[in-house]
Design a protein around this ligand. Structure first.
Ligand code: EPZ
Length: 435
């Protein structure tokens, strides 16, 4: 086991490059198995969730080549369409995309129920509703697997009861190899939904309207090989933007699509931070303590739930009282107990956090409860006075490539140390030797 040791207080400064979007890559790597030809996918982030989905597609018989750190070539020609149930699949949320991909391609899929961050109930009823509307019989099979099967998938008109990224993507995948036309209404509009649709279109699918709340799909018989590069990660970019602001830094974040960051930049500007945008970068300059604001998480283009812990960390250091409302997941405030150990003044009432800003956090030993909250707590530690230790960093490494390294390049004092080696841990605590 490893953990991070952070010595806070250095304003972040310099330039950091953003990796490909994890949540787009999870969907695209699963969708790649739908072709019987090689599919080359570039700009894939090197994080543990991606290694898990690659493990899952390899296990079902896809031929996977990994010519460089950020590129995969996947050939789904030799897949054995047997039940998909292994440790990789159960570990991550994105493995449920194999249901849509295999159902679309083979009209039959049996996949273990997904894992992922424990941030709420995370039902998959909308995925199932969509598969059933396309004519599949869906049931919970042996050992907690979802089984879906159809003689033939037939295009349908599907109205989503909730806006769901996962269900929208899964239904697109199945529908793009159904007979006839499908319309998905109240679809999710997140950038990774658009990226997945663009990817499938580059394989010969006929999907229109991705990025709006009505998506129209004309089914095709087969998908072919392609070469595709994943969009930059909106949430990784946002995390560095908010870390820069929390540490009163000056950071330029490169390889981003500023349009995808609009609601994040709007909040920073509202709080008194300087934001300078160019074509593919955004610079954050925060020289003084920021003002309070209120935030409510919403589906895109609203404020993303995946940035809720990061903005709460920032609001915890801002002047006055802020209210943060989490409207997507029921259990996404667990990190506030950890933040309180660092001196934050946060009270949670149902789906609302009431935050009274303090001048400064102080270092503490804290646990990362999930991916985004873990990253947010690291940014709190970077802004804090003194040393912090952050445990359970395997959550953070699910979605952030080279997190300590990138932060160090911005002047942060952060090291990943071996938790089992107490002596080394003590040395590292004071000298910051990196494992
Ligand atoms: C995706 O999760 C992301 N994960 C999450 O990112 C992200 O927080 C979330 O979208 C919201 O943007 C992946 O892409 C792998 P949803 P997903 O279906 O698809 C309810 C991260 O940190 N719902 O859009 O599981 C659900 O309970 C992760 O990178 C149903 O009721 O989210 C939630 O309240 C964490 N029935 C809401 O919809 C369903 O069938 C949105 O969930 C499906 C969802």
């Amino acid at each position: 086991m490893e953990h991070y040791v952070v010595k806070g207080g250095n304003p972040l400064s310099g330039e950091v490059e953003i990796a490909g979007a994890k949540n787009a890559a999870l969907a695209i790597l699963a969708a790649a198995v739908m072709a019987n030809e090689p599919v080359t996918i570039e700009n894939v982030p090197d994080v543990s969730d991606i290694r898990a989905i690659v493990g899952a597609v390899t296990e079902i018989g896809a031929i996977v080549d990994h010519p460089d750190r950020h590129t995969y070539v996947i050939n789904g020609a030799f897949i054995k369409n047997e039940p998909v149930d292994n440790a990789s699949v159960r570990k991550i949320r994105g493995s449920y995309y194999l249901i849509g991909a295999l159902l679309g391609k083979y009209k039959k899929a049996e996949v273990a129920l997904p894992g992922g961050c424990n941030i709420g109930l995370r039902p998959i009823d909308q995925h199932i509703k969509g598969f059933r509307a396309l004519g599949a019989e869906v049931q919970l099979a042996y050992h907690g697997r979802v089984s879906a099967e159809a003689e033939e998938l037939i295009g349908s008109h599907i109205y989503m009861d909730v806006v769901s990224v996962g269900a929208t993507i899964n239904i697109i995948m199945a529908a793009c190899m159904a007979k006839g036309n499908t319309i998905i209404e109240n679809a999710a509009k997140e950038p990774h939904v658009v990226d997945l649709a663009n990817f499938l279109n580059s394989m010969g699918a006929r999907i229109r309207g991705a990025g709006t709340d009505v998506i129209r799909i004309k089914g095709v018989d087969r998908l072919h090989g392609t070469e595709y590069s994943i969009i930059p990660d909106q949430i990784e970019a946002g995390t560095y933007m908010y870390a820069a602001a929390a540490t009163k830094g000056d950071v330029t974040i490169t390889n981003v699509i500023p349009k995808h960051l609009e609601c994040l930049t709007a909040k920073l500007i509202e709080m008194g931070c300087e934001v300078i945008e160019s074509d593919d970068s955004v610079r954050i300059v925060a020289t003084r303590r920021l003002e309070h604001t209120n935030v409510k998480t919403l589906p895109y283009p609203g404020f993303p739930t995946d940035m809720q812990p990061q903005i709460s960390v920032l609001l915890g250091l801002s002047k006055g009282t802020s209210i943060v409302t989490e409207s997507i997941f029921e259990n996404r405030f667990k990190y506030t107990d950890e933040l309180a150990k660092m001196g934050a003044n946060v009270r949670v009432e149902g789906n609302t956090a009431i935050i009274d800003g303090v001048e400064q956090y102080t270092g503490a030993a804290i646990n990362a409860p999930d991916l985004r909250a873990g990253a947010a707590l690291v940014t709190a530690a970077l802004a804090a006075r003194g040393y912090s230790e952050i445990y359970d960093v395997h959550y953070i490494e699910r979605g952030y490539e080279d997190f300590p390294e990138k932060l160090r390049s911005l002047g942060a004092c952060i090291a990943k140390v071996d938790s089992d080696d107490e002596e080394r841990r003590a040395i590292n605590r004071f000298n910051f030797r990196v494992v």
